[in-house]
Write a new protein. Structure first.
Length: 1129
């Protein structure tokens, strides 16, 4: 008997050379018990129980192992004492039975080896003491546990006292045989962290989870086992498709690997073809939405191919919505297609009830009569009829719904039953219904997609009957793990509600059901043979597998090899800046050599000589090493200079494995004819008396340095003794007078002042790999020399100046430029010069440019610079580099941030900058910046704001300044500020402040003795949850609340129907003092309770609260807050 329906296996695959089906596992063919079964029974008969009951806890009884999911499960029984001390009046402790279920994955079993120490296996069990007398009942207790290495047994330390067990009335203890029988029924999921072989156990394989792609994996497995669809996907033409963006090709690859691979299949190429990035793989989506989007995408790509109608023929059904008048002969109807159905779960007990609810009719009568055209308003029946059901029927169970009481989306975990056979005959309305075969509308359950968790997140798995055409074989597809399960676990356990085992699975239940029409099973689930896959597609994937296998071998072989980058003089001749080369481009420029890690220095010399076809004695190798001299930490030359000579004459070094050296090696070759050199141009080198240096020449005409070669200096010689040799190397006449410098680090180019100084005494010229710079003393000037050149090179940086919206307002001159400003500036520039450069690029006054210091560790604007800062701070400081963070050898694009001021920076420093909120008569808010003197009053602020304020056509033309809340979580208007109040005193009294400028309404210009302006604020549920735009309304003592309500409704322009839901109350210090019945004409306002006397701070003042839902609030949750699924290709 076969265990899988994948049928054919590719010819030429690693394990099969001819067409064959996957056979049953050997242990089943031999008649042995299946060790990978999902459930099992364990028995332990404890003999001489009376003796066991008196033994200590060290006496244990273990059953023989029973293998379930490949793991050994045993019963563990232990005699234990109850409590820590005997009960009062008792001479000894009462004893009881410790009853446990044990599970191990310790590599000792025959089925799993090399298990991960973090293995785990989830299991449920029923622990019983069997009754041994007829008519008596077993004693039963249940457990649910995730077994792992640190908790490999679970049960009850005090299952039952021995006294109760041996009570003859209960029949558990057989006194004649002195025995009890322990019996356990175990159901377990497939284990994780062990070498679980899904293919071996089920004939199927799983899909790897990229992060949160369990929803996708569940649908892909379900579609894969819809064999007719799989055949059609294989037939889609993809020869000319881009392999990175072709969804069809990626689906073909996933299906092919699911059919023929032996290990879990990856889906990264598939999600890449969707146009998704790595973040998308960590966003969980709705499984039904993904199914719909994926099938739509495939259906579009099947157009104009021979499989164009496959998806509609499998998944499309038809329904008719209608309105039929009761008293006249008039009906309006419309036919619609569907690819899946959404069934209500709430208050429904099963699928058939949900179908009845789906087609339930609605009467249109009374005020809701139907407009039947010429017949006028008529009572009518509104309903829906199914005209056809598809061969493959997808049913989404609506478990996520909005709860108006909680004002949130919640998951409905109610029990909802579904059967493995579904008869939909009663729901179909066609003329052929009477003549249809008995099984025309009979459907068999093919798959159950299950969601565990709540609205905010969870996990999807799929249960699929992989043998719907024969004896049912249910498998659980949990990402990369596939395991066989019982019908109970696949179907009954996922009804939801209270678990029948009482172990609380309330959050795990079916979310989508897949049924297949009984008469269409042979067509939909026909075998997928090798011949059904186009040959070129099959060869393509086989070649991909072959290349992948070869790459894996290469990676394994690479562990025995390392790559050495060989640096030659050519790489240095094109470099004209600090050091010898740009380490960032060296990788691409250097010549690569692949060598064995066991190779010695001697072998390396031979290998390179043979590779370059040069004698072994014609070159020297230098390894790259760090210079650890004190003071170099600021500009650490990590692996940037060849310093260590690999000497071919020193045996102990010569035999060191090459893996000990750096991956960069400098190849020193000589120049024949150089003083003191051999026939190959190499000068002798003595590591104890010589120093190996690199030589550069400063070219004043080109104003750059040029690499010329290497020179070996004798530490005992004077500097001048090497002038002739240096001139010969750099190509100058022998008697040319030279100036020499040591390039120690970028900010220290040290001149060698005296030619009579011995080499060993030259500052910072003591290590191999040092750099000497020479210049022709007769050609340099004060404006052009080595030190000037390197100083300019050190200070030259590339910047990008970005406009920062520091000052907001309606002034056109303050609008940001379209693009950032890019260019080269000097790090030694004064900041006013930087402002002048920016101003010249945007045609603005440099005195009105303000700069910002970059935030630490980020290239974002932080604090603005004052006029005084402009003279004190350096460009290095505002870029956030610091003295030890700038290295000119590794230049990059630096960001500057600036803004435009309406006044000069000097004025800006001596004025208050106030950000005002401007409110118009429609309660729309905008922002405006004003600048006032330090002694400014509220009236001064209003005068500045008036210059840009847009008054209403028939308004008062008079402004006021309102003190409001300053954070997003509180929307309150506290008080109207007096025009003669000093601004600095206002801000001193209030830590939490913002200011709003608004035009005074006509009815609020004058207030009578019995009138007052009352602040109004919107809030949701709690007075602390204010939102929207607060405002003031004038009230009169004794005024009816209903009048105030209507005036507010007109002010905020809310329809009466919506306004009916609004509630009014007086709020003070976040507590509701009084609620109003806005329709009660006897409800009036009492100004006494609203007086603001004895208020110590503005926020404590009472206000009129309007309670209603915040429609502008963004919904939050797993299914509605995330962006919709989009397949971009």
């Amino acid at each position: 008997m076969e265990v899988d329906i994948t049928d054919e296996v590719l010819p030429g695959s690693p394990k099969n050379d001819q067409h064959q089906v996957v056979p049953e596992p050997p242990y089943l063919m031999n008649g042995d018990e299946d060790p990978y079964k999902p459930e099992g029974q364990i028995t332990l008969k404890i003999e001489k129980f009376s003796e066991f009951a008196h033994e200590g806890p060290e006496s244990r009884r273990l059953s023989e192992p029973v293998y379930i999911r490949g793991l050994p499960w045993k019963i563990l029984a232990i005699p234990r004492e109850m409590g820590r001390r005997p009960p009062m009046g008792a001479a000894s402790m009462q004893k009881c039975l410790g009853y446990f279920l044990q599970c191990n994955a310790d590599n000792t079993g025959p089925y799993f080896q090399n298990s991960d120490p973090s293995w785990n296996c989830s299991g449920n069990a029923t622990l019983k003491i069997l009754a041994q007398k007829p008519g008596k009942e077993d004693h039963v207790r249940k457990i649910s546990h995730v077994f792992h290495a640190k908790e490999n047994d679970w049960g009850f330390a005090q299952f039952m006292t021995f006294e109760n067990i041996m009570n003859p009335d209960d029949g558990w203890y057989d006194e004649e045989t002195d025995t009890i029988i322990l019996f356990v029924e175990v159901t377990a999921d497939a284990p994780h962290g062990v070498n679980w072989d899904s293919k071996k156990d089920t004939g199927c394989i799983g899909l790897k989870n990229q992060g949160a792609t369990c929803y996708m994996n569940s649908i892909l497995q379900t579609l894969f086992f819809t064999n007719k669809l799989r055949k059609a996907v294989y037939q889609m033409p993809t020869d000319e498709d881009n392999p990175d963006s072709s969804v069809a090709l990626a689906m073909q690859r996933v299906f092919f690997e699911l059919q023929f691979s032996d290990s879990p299949v990856g889906t990264k190429k598939l999600t890449k073809s969707f146009g998704w990035d790595s973040i998308d793989s960590f966003l969980q989506h709705d499984v039904q939405e993904f199914c719909r989007v994926l099938l739509d995408n495939l259906e579009n790509k099947m157009k104009n191919t021979k499989v164009v109608d496959t998806i509609p023929s499998l998944f499309k059904g038809c329904m008719k919505s209608y309105i039929k008048c009761k008293d006249v002969d008039f009906e309006s109807s419309r036919e619609e297609c569907f690819y899946d159905l959404q069934l209500n779960v709430k208050n429904k007990s099963n699928v058939l009830e949900s179908f009845k609810d789906y087609i339930e009719t609605e009467m249109l009568d009374g005020d809701n009569k139907y407009d039947a055209g010429d017949f006028g308003l008529q009572p009518a029946e509104k309903g829906l009829k199914f005209l056809s059901f598809p061969p493959v029927l997808y049913l989404q169970l609506m478990r996520f719904q909005y709860d108006p009481l909680l004002d949130a989306n919640v998951k409905i975990n109610d029990r909802f039953e579904f059967t493995d056979t579904l008869d939909l005959t009663e729901f179909i309305e066609t003329e052929e219904k009477e003549n249809s075969a008995s099984d025309e509308f009979t459907y068999l359950l093919h798959a159950v997609l299950v969601h565990s968790g709540d609205f905010h997140g969870g996990h999807y798995v799929a249960f699929i009957n992989i043998n719907l055409r024969g004896t049912a074989k249910w498998c659980k597809f949990d990402d990369d793990v596939v395991s066989r399960v019982a019908y109970r676990d696949a179907v009954i356990a996922n009804f939801g509600g209270e678990n029948i085992e009482g172990m609380g699975r309330s959050c795990t239940n079916a979310y989508m059901l897949v049924y297949i029409q009984k008469k269409a099973i042979d067509d939909v689930l026909g075998p997928v043979l090798v011949e059904d896959i186009p040959e070129q597609l099959r060869l393509r994937f086989e070649n991909e597998k072959k290349r992948e296998y070869e790459r894996r071998l290469e990676r394994e072989e690479a562990n025995n090899y390392c790559e050495i980058s060989m640096i030659l003089d050519e790489e240095m001749k094109s470099h004209h800046e600090f050091e010898l080369f740009d380490s960032r481009t060296l990788e691409a420029q250097s010549r690569k050599l692949k060598v064995q890690k066991t190779m010695t220095y001697r072998d390396l010399y031979k290998f390179i000589a043979a590779n370059l076809n040069i004698p072994e004695t014609s070159f020297r190798l230098w390894d790259f090493q760090d210079d650890d001299r004190q003071g170099l930490h600021r500009f650490r030359c990590e692996n940037s200079r060849p310093r260590n000579f690999l000497d071919p004459n020193e045996t102990e070094d010569y035999s060191v494995p090459i893996v000990q050296i750096d991956r960069f090696v400098y190849l020193e070759t000589g120049k024949p004819g150089i003083l003191g050199s051999d026939i190959h141009g190499l000068k002798p080198y003595d590591r104890n008396n010589d120093i190996f240096t690199f030589l550069k020449l400063y070219n004043p005409e080109r104003q750059q340095t040029e690499f010329k070669g290497t020179v070996i200096l004798n530490l005992g010689n004077e500097v001048g003794a090497h002038f002739e040799e240096i001139n010969q190397i750099i190509g100058l006449p022998p008697d040319t007078r030279l100036n020499l410098y040591v390039e120690y680090k970028p900010d220290r180019i040290i001149p060698i002042m005296n030619a009579n100084t011995r080499i060993r005494d030259v500052q910072m010229l003591t290590n191999d790999g040092s750099i000497i710079i020479a210049e022709d003393a007769s050609k340099i000037t004060e404006e052009s020399n080595t030190q000037i050149y390197f100083r300019a090179l050190y200070n030259r940086i590339e910047v990008e100046a970005h406009f920062h919206e520091f000052v907001l307002g309606a002034k056109p001159e303050l609008e940001p430029p379209m693009q950032p400003i890019r260019g080269q500036i000097g790090l030694d520039w004064k900041l006013p010069k930087v402002c002048a450069w920016i101003a010249s690029q945007i045609d603005y006054d440099p005195a009105k440019i303000i700069l910002f210091k970059n935030a630490t560790h980020t290239e974002k604007p932080a604090n603005p610079l004052t006029h005084q800062h402009m003279e004190e701070y350096s460009l290095l400081y505002i870029l956030g580099l610091g003295a030890n963070n700038y290295d000119p050898r590794f230049q990059r694009l630096y960001k500057l941030f600036y803004s435009k001021l309406p006044i000069t920076l000097e004025e800006f420093d001596v004025k208050y900058h106030i950000l005002l909120y401007i409110m118009n008569d429609k309660f729309d808010l905008s922002e405006l910046s004003v600048f006032v003197n330090k002694s400014a009053t509220v009236q001064d602020i209003l005068d500045e704001a008036k210059k840009d304020f847009k008054f209403s056509e028939d308004g008062t033309g008079i402004l006021r300044l309102v003190h409001t809340s300053s954070n997003d979580t509180c929307s309150r208007a506290y008080q109207i500020l007096k025009t003669d109040a000093l601004y600095k005193e206002i801000v001193m009294r209030n830590n939490n402040y913002a200011f709003r400028v608004e035009e005074i309404p006509k009815d609020q210009l004058q207030l009578g003795v019995d009138e007052q302006l009352l602040p109004v604020a919107h809030f949701e549920k709690e007075p602390t949850r204010t939102f929207g735009c607060p405002f003031f309304i004038k009230i009169t003592n004794g005024e009816k609340v209903s009048n105030i309500r209507e005036r507010i409704r007109q002010m905020i322009d809310v329809p009466e129907k919506d306004f009916e839901k609004y509630k009014f109350c007086i709020v003070k210090q976040n507590r509701i003092l009084r609620e109003f019945d806005s329709h009660d004409d006897s409800s009036i306002v009492n100004l006494v309770e609203l007086l603001q006397s004895h208020i110590t701070f503005p926020a404590a003042a009472p206000f009129l609260g309007i309670q209603h839902s915040n429609k502008s609030r963004v919904a939050r949750g797993l299914l509605d807050s995330k962006k919709s699924i989009i397949i971009h290709n």
